[in-house]
Design a protein around this ligand. Structure first.
Ligand code: BTN
Length: 259
């Protein structure tokens, strides 16, 4: 495995950001970076603080799933204090930043599957989890959690092999996690700072989404739907055209592509 020992200093050194990643708290092993980030945020950690772990023992996925993050993967959480209007954009900018970083560092094309899975050659390479605490119109904090399969061999994880991949499995060689992380932090900050100026993040997220125009099955809570994924709204929800012609809005769920 490529010897890219992660340290706080290796990430912050000359990092071209104003605040994201200027403070990095690194742990060799952690239950979940989300837990530590939440504690830090509740104590008022400086905006842009990154909690990074080489390995998580209880990584959390969306919809209460487990997220496997063994050594070789990237697992980090970023603490932000955005205005409430920007909350839906965090999913969008995070997945775009991952797509841009994978292309820049590994030279691989990736795609976004609603709401925020990043796929390479149709298999999941990254998952994103956003957690926030909101009171009324005030966001106490928001945490972006990102897990990227970088240098782990998925053949060691047969349970997810049919649906997941890693950058090294795709390329047949290891990839510098340091480069991936540094690029990602710069890109997240760049996109975050564009939010007040327009809709570029939403438009790029929508236009590149592999789900749109496809016949899909959607699981949302206990309900199942089937239809054509027509579009995604500015608030991040999926607009699904059902066979009876009606259009429904799905705020949270899981999508399987039928074709
Ligand atoms: C998903 O696709 O279900 C989301 C997975 C999110 C995983 C990341 S890894 C870093 C952070 N810490 C966690 O426990 N989860 C997120």
């Amino acid at each position: 495995m490529l010897d890219d020992n992660l340290t706080s200093a290796s990430i912050t050194h000359n990092l071209e950001t104003h605040f994201i990643g200027q403070r990095v708290v690194y742990f060799p092993v952690l239950t979940s970076t989300m837990e530590v980030a939440k504690r830090e945020a509740q104590q008022g950690a400086v905006e842009g603080t990154v909690i990074l772990a080489d390995e998580q023992t209880m990584g959390r996925g969306r919809l209460r799933r487990v997220w496997l993050s063994p050594k070789g993967s990237v697992a980090l959480s970023i603490i932000l204090y955005p205005g409430v209007a920007y909350l839906p954009s965090l999913i969008m900018l995070s997945s775009l930043a991952v797509v841009h970083s994978i292309e820049a560092v590994a030279g691989l094309k990736s795609q976004i599957k609603w709401p925020n899975d990043v796929l390479v050659n149709g298999k999941k390479v990254c998952g994103i989890l956003i957690e926030s605490e909101v009171r009324g119109n005030i966001v106490n904090y928001a945490i972006i959690g990102i897990g990227i399969n970088v240098n782990q061999r998925l053949s060691h994880f047969p349970g997810i092999l049919p649906i997941a991949t890693s950058l090294c499995d795709e390329l047949g060689r290891d990839v510098s996690r340091l480069d991936v992380i540094r690029h990602l932090l710069v890109e997240i900050e760049r996109l975050y700072l564009t939010l007040p100026v327009g809709e570029a993040v939403y438009e790029e997220w929508r236009d590149g989404m592999v789900t749109l125009g496809k016949r899909v099955r959607v699981r949302s809570g206990k309900t199942r739907y089937e239809g054509v994924a027509e579009s995604v709204a500015r608030d991040g929800s999926l607009l699904l055209r059902l066979s009876d012609g009606s259009l429904i809005k799905i705020v949270a769920g899981d999508v399987t592509l039928n074709d």
